[in-house]
Every structure is written in structure tokens, then in C-alpha cells.
Design a protein around this ligand. Structure first.
Ligand code: NIG
Ligand code: FE
Length: 393
């Protein structure tokens, strides 16, 4: 089955066109009056609408914009309960702390598989409706062997981007015995969880895991064939970024408090910095300066970090708008970071761009340009979504 999307007023390919490079920065590889041919689950052709090949069906974009599907490379979607009261208290001056995770652990352990599954699928539906076609999902609200394994199995039902985050926080039953908990995470828990996961993650932060503990977790995961990614520098500066770079992590996420040495290390590495604008928004922390990072040569991604504590949005358009408004990104940089950036943070070469051979994950907007995603915050601008070549919205 071949589908042609034609009469696209503005096409964001993320595949920079050489003529454009000469005319200035166009990381989005923008084409006007364009068409895209989908063949099965892949993009088969991209070019001027006037030269488009034949197809079985044609969709008229009526001059509107098409972008790659969003790649949301950081989420925690398998959990029970919520923490609305904690959010409300925070908006009245209470500080966010890592310990809030423990109340979600209790609610998650008490939930059945079906309760968690229905919730998870609901989040995925709301993400798809907002243009997200790939999502990474972490465990981390079980913190015992059976529940962590359960959360990963549920996540693996819906995405290949599954992350074992047994080292999210030290659970209450291991209070003051963090090293003993790390023994469990790197031993019996890893044995049960590694078969279901692609990634190993750790929350390297005051109130969660120290740098030596984080190193043990990541190295144990790597030894089992998992690839590292790290939560770090969310609540204050630390050495988590340096550890992530040293271990070749695909991404370090948060980076709210980065030192100049962190920025230099990231700029000289393959590690992506994943910015999570929803977190600063809903914890009232200062926004990291994306301008400083991009100008230094750091590769950045944007993700939602959907979770009941620090960021309960599932909207990539919302995160793009905040990144542009408060992190000093250009719209083009933010959209690139939310698509190609997310793909790089997941070390995926088959998504995040609209080019022949890539997976056919595309979003048709209701607006004539991608700028509207930041210009019209909070407005539902997604008209249609294709995932793996299938019309999903
Ligand atoms: O990415 N930082 C650690 N984990 C989550 C928050 C989890 C929670 O508060 O429940 C995050 O922000
Ligand atoms: Fe997170």
C-alpha cells in the first residue's frame, strides 16, 4: 500500500538539504510545496509535490505543515495513584524532593497488572494524539524484584525502549542501607529484569544514589548487555554527568544544574543531554540554559519525563513551547530536539527524520508552520498521525 501525502506547505525532514546549509542553518531540513510517499511501514520518497510519484491513495495536506513524529525518550508511565496533593503543596511553596517517589511505590505495588496496563495504554493514547510516535518507558516504582520485573514486562508490551530503573530511590524497607539495596539491584533484581530491558538507568542525586553506587549499578547493567543512561544534576550540581560521559551513556537527563566542566565534557562526547522542561515547570526550579549548551556544541533532546511527581504532562508540544520560551531555544532547535534529538538519545537511526528508508512516523499539523507549536501553547494542533505507515490518529 502506497500513500502520498501531498501539498505540504512546510515539511520538516531533519535531513538537511545541502543548498540550504549554504544559505544558513537549517537543521530541520525544511522543504516547501513538498510531498512524502509512504510504502508499507517506511518512507519511500520525499521531494517537490509537482514531481511526486503515483500512489494508491493521496492525502491533501492543504498547505499545512508536516513534521516527524515526536520521539519522547524519557518517561515513567507504569505506576499507581497520583500525587496531586504534593503538586498543590509545591505550588504553595513546598520544595520537590526525591523522597516523594516512595509514595508512588506503595500505590504501584498495590495495583494489579490490569490496572497498570489500562493506565499505561491511556497515557500512550494521549501521547499519540499529541504527535508522539516513539516513547521510552522506565520501571522504578516497584523497587522490589517482583514488582520491577512486572513493570518492565508491561512496558515491553508497548515499546522496545524499555529501561530498568531499579535504582530510582532507596525503598523504605532499606532505609539507611543504601549499599545493601544496590546489592539487590545489581544482583537478583538485575537477573530478573535484564531480559525485559534495553537500557539501565540510575538516579544519581542527593537523596537517591551516590556516584560510587551509581557506577556500580551502571557497570552491572552494562555487564549484562544493557546500555546506560543516567538521571543527574536535577536537584543540584554533582558528578553524574561526568560518570555518564565516562561510561558512554546514550543520554544524561535533567541537567538542571550543569557546571562548565559538565558542558565541556558533554560537548566532546556522544552523550546526548535530554532536557525535561516539564520538570522545571512543575517543580518551580530554574530552567537550564539550552542556548549555553547548544552554542557549546552539546547535542540536546527534549522529553516529557511523564511521571506523577516531577512532571505529569505527556505533551511534547507543551515541552517544546516551554523550551523555546524559557530555555532560549529557537523553534527549529526545539522541534529538532524533540524528534531527531530523541532518536539520538535512544541511539535509533530509523526514526526522527523524514527521508527514504526511515520508519513512516509523521505528524500533519493543523497549522501552516511548525512555529505554531510554540506560538500557540496549549492548543491541540495535531491533525493526523502515521506510525509505521499506519494512520493512527
Ligand atoms: O525523572 N528524578 C527522578 N525521577 C523522576 C521523578 C520521579 C517522581 O518524583 O516520582 C524524574 O523527575
Ligand atoms: Fe525521570
Amino acid at each position: 500500500m502506497k500513500t502520498l501525502i501531498t501539498n505540504i506547505g512546510e515539511l520538516t525532514t531533519n535531513a538537511p538539504v545541502p543548498e540550504h546549509a549554504a544559505a544558513g542553518d537549517d537543521r530541520c531540513g525544511t522543504l516547501h510545496d513538498a510531498a512524502v510517499l509512504i510504502d508499507g511501514d517506511r518512507i519511500a520518497w520525499v521531494g517537490p509535490a509537482a514531481e511526486a510519484p503515483d500512489a494508491d491513495e493521496a492525502i491533501d495536506a492543504e498547505g499545512r505543515a508536516v513534521i516527524p513524529g515526536f520521539v519522547d525518550s524519557h518517561s515513567h508511565l507504569v505506576f499507581g495513584g497520583d500525587r496531586a496533593a504534593e503538586f498543590e503543596a509545591r505550588m504553595q511553596g513546598q520544595k520537590y524532593a526525591a523522597g516523594g517517589i516512595r509514595s508512588t511505590v506503595a500505590a504501584t505495588r498495590a495495583a494489579t497488572d490490569d490496572e497498570l496496563r489500562i493506565r499505561l495504554r491511556g497515557f500512550l493514547d494521549e501521547m499519540l494524539a499529541q504527535g508522539t510516535t516513539t516513547v521510552e518507558i522506565k520501571s522504578g516504582y516497584g523497587l522490589d524484584v517482583a514488582t520491577e520485573e512486572r513493570l518492565l514486562r508491561l512496558a515491553a508490551e508497548v515499546t522496545p525502549e524499555v529501561t530498568f530503573l531499579g535504582a530510582h530511590v532507596v525503598p523504605a524497607e532499606y532505609a539507611d542501607r543504601g549499599d545493601d539495596y544496590v546489592d539487590l539491584v545489581t544482583g537478583e533484581m538485575l537477573d530478573a529484569c535484564a531480559p525485559h530491558a534495553k537500557w539501565i538507568d540510575v538516579f544519581c542525586e542527593t537523596g537517591a544514589f551516590t556516584v560510587p553506587q551509581s557506577r556500580r549499578v551502571l557497570e552491572a547493567g552494562i555487564a549484562r548487555g544493557l546500555q546506560p543512561r543516567v538521571h543527574a544534576s536535577q536537584l543540584g550540581p554533582g558528578e553524574g554527568v561526568q560518570l555518564a560521559v565516562e561510561l558512554g551513556a546514550a543520554s544524561i537527563d535533567h541537567g538542571t544544574y550543569l557546571t562548565d566542566d559538565d558542558v565541556t565534557a558533554l560537548a566532546g562526547s556522544e552523550t546526548v543531554l535530554t532536557l525535561l522542561p516539564g520538570v522545571e515547570f512543575s517543580t518551580r526550579q530554574p530552567y537550564p540554559d539550552a542556548r549555553r549548551l547548544i552554542d557549546a556544541g552539546v547535542r540536546v533532546a527534549i522529553a516529557c519525563d511523564t511521571n506523577p511527581g516531577s512532571s505529569f504532562t505527556s505533551s511534547m508540544p507543551f515541552c517544546i513551547a516551554v523550551a523555546v520560551r524559557d530555555m532560549r531555544m529557537t523553534v527549529a532547535e526545539a522541534i529538532h530536539a524533540a524528534t531527531a534529538g530523541g532518536a539520538a538519545a535512544l541511539r535509533r537511526t530509523d526514526i526522527g527524520r523524514i527521508a527514504p528508508g526511515m520508519r513512516a512516523d509523521l505528524v500533519l499539523l493543523k497549522s501552516p508552520s511548525r512555529v505554531h507549536l510554540a506560538y500557540r501553547p496549549g492548543v491541540p494542533l495535531v491533525d493526523a498521525v502515521w506510525k509505521d505507515g499506519v494512520r493512527a490518529v
